[in-house]
Design a protein around this ligand. Structure first.
Ligand code: FES
Length: 526
């Protein structure tokens, strides 16, 4: 089995029974904030795009690049489609000209002509990607590969049960706006960033240890930031709180925990994977490339400047009545929302900075009051500050997922009272009837689910499944004193009170193993 690195989470898998192109991403994403790192725009996409199968793991724009899919990927390719709850991915691909679809039943091995076998695991909670993320398992001639990309399954058992895996490709770096955009003192930001960076690595080690593949390929990040306004997010300034460590940092951190089987793929690197081993060739020596990372980024920044400028010029739509449009689009969804509105539990304020860079219009999405209105000098749960032009653009194009556009762009700042609130972001990624209904239904089921099984961890009896997204705490739970950390997303719980220390709600059921009376049962939403 041959794996060609094509940048970020993308790769081309070649076997004698056919080729699969995965997540091809070349054009900038999220308001021209993210670019693939290292640059992959000069690969021979005309040849790479002539493939038998296409797999797109999810709709995040650093995986689903509509322009590139339309222009460079063969429309004869059969799309290997994850079983997602909404038809958005298929609809978008059909619009781009794809006509052949293989809807892979969730977690079932499908045998394709020539003996190529695949299995797709779809993750479908409202917090998994843009309502859906997935991983692809491939087997040919005894060689097995798992392209986990940035999916976060609670465990990898379903893949491990199919036999020993030879190549495990997974995310290790950051892909979020936290903590950089928060209006916090620099020292706090650095401390939170450092914690996040460590947590990302811990989670990666956990997955690697779960699967014990022969070879581990760090993929799906980091992106690079080429706009002058965002260039400081690249991990080239020795900032220990930077959440975007690159593949060479992965190798050195991995070595510290005893990892010796890591393989970095640059765009154009080719790994030949067999049951016996792997040999890899690179377009340039890997160490030399990373030693010159800053020069690479600076050269790329100059080359991509016209693209960024052209994108920026397209964002302003002064004719859009932002308050009126937000009211029209958001109020009907607020009216229908039970769980998300209750989960947010307070007003969320948007401060929109005008074209002059100074004037500010403040709009409140009032979740308890179920209305969108001008800010009325009140306490708010979250406050976001961004350019008015970005919101104009979102309204102009009818964007239904503000996470997959505005928030991932990092072109905003934020402040909040209290803990992280996942419902805020879940709501702003569900600005369509279809998505909102799905998310509400999911929380409804989740809230009703009774999770009665307990385990004993370091002297505590605790519910087996994490109140967040049901990770098995016998594998992901770490106890320090009275505090339990679930390593899947790093959420912390105070076990003596059951309180979640990371996010609103999500109480955990726990009591000391030698205590008589258990604490009250956990709840999903409060
Ligand atoms: S499943 Fe997300 S922190 Fe446990």
């Amino acid at each position: 089995m041959r794996v060609t690195g094509t940048g970020h989470a993308s790769m081309r898998i070649d076997t004698a029974a056919g080729s699969i192109v995965c997540d091809p991403w070349v054009n900038p994403a999220y308001f021209a904030s993210w670019f693939p790192f290292p640059d992959n725009s000069q690969l021979d996409w005309a040849t790479l795009g002539q493939c038998d199968y296409l797999y797109v793991s999810h709709l995040h724009r650093d995986h689903f690049d509509a322009k590139h899919l339309r222009d460079h990927i063969s429309k004869d390719a059969t799309v290997l489609l994850p079983e997602f709850p909404t038809s958005e991915m298929e609809d978008e691909l059909r619009e781009l000209g794809f006509t052949k679809f293989l809807k892979a039943p969730n977690e079932q091995v499908v045998e394709l002509p020539g003996g190529l076998k695949i299995m797709i695991q779809a993750l479908t909670s409202p917090t998994d990607g843009p309502i859906g993320d997935s991983s692809l398992w491939v087997e040919y001639d005894g060689v097995r590969l798992l392209n986990q990309n940035d999916a976060r399954p609670t465990d990898l058992t379903v893949f491990a049960e199919l036999g020993h895996v030879h190549a495990h490709l997974l995310q290790f770096s950051g892909a979020i706006w936290y903590p950089m955009v928060y209006e916090l003192p620099q020292a706090a930001k650095t401390a939170f960033g450092k914690q996040k960076r460590e947590r990302q690595f811990d989670r990666t080690w956990r997955y690697i240890d779960d699967l014990k593949a022969d070879h581990v390929f760090p993929i799906a990040g980091p992106p690079c930031f080429l706009d002058d306004e965002l260039f400081q997010f690249n991990d080239i300034f020795g900032d220990e709180g930077n959440i975007f460590p690159d593949q060479s940092v992965f190798l050195s951190e991995y070595a510290k925990v005893g990892g010796t089987n890591g393989i970095v793929l640059l765009p154009g690197s080719v790994a030949e994977v067999t049951t016996e081993g792997a040999t890899t060739t690179h377009p340039v020596p890997v160490e030399e490339f990373f030693a010159n990372k800053r020069a690479h980024l600076e050269e790329m920044r100059e080359r991509k400047r016209p693209i960024i400028e052209a994108e920026k010029a397209s964002w302003r739509h002064p004719e859009v009545d932002v308050l009126g449009e937000m009211k029209r689009r958001i109020e009907p969804l607020l009216d229908e929302s039970i769980y998300l509105a209750k989960g947010v539990g307070g007003p969320v304020r948007f401060d929109l900075v005008g074209y002059d860079g100074e004037s500010v219009e403040s709009i409140v999405v009032d979740f308890p009051g179920k209305e969108v209105r001008p800010y009325a000098d009140e306490k708010v749960r979250y406050r976001f500050r961004t350019e008015r032009a970005l919101i104009e653009h979102l309204l102009h194009i009818g964007e239904v997922d503000w996470v997959n556009s505005l928030f991932l762009s990092c072109r905003f700042s934020a402040a909040r009272i209290g803990q992280y609130n996942e419902f805020v972001y879940a709501f702003f990624k569900c600005l369509s009837e279809e998505r909102l209904q799905y998310a509400e239904g999911w929380y409804d089921e989740h809230e009703r689910a009774v999770d009665a099984e307990d385990i004993t961890l370091d002297g505590w009896v605790v519910q087996r499944r994490c109140p967040h997204l049901k990770a098995d705490l016998s594998r992901f739970g770490i106890v320090e004193g009275d505090q339990l950390t679930c390593q899947l997303h790093g959420w912390k719980f105070d076990m003596s009170s059951g309180r979640c220390l990371t996010s609103v709600g999500h109480k955990i059921r726990a009591h000391r193993a030698d205590a008589d009376t258990p604490a009250p049962a956990g709840e999903a939403v409060s």
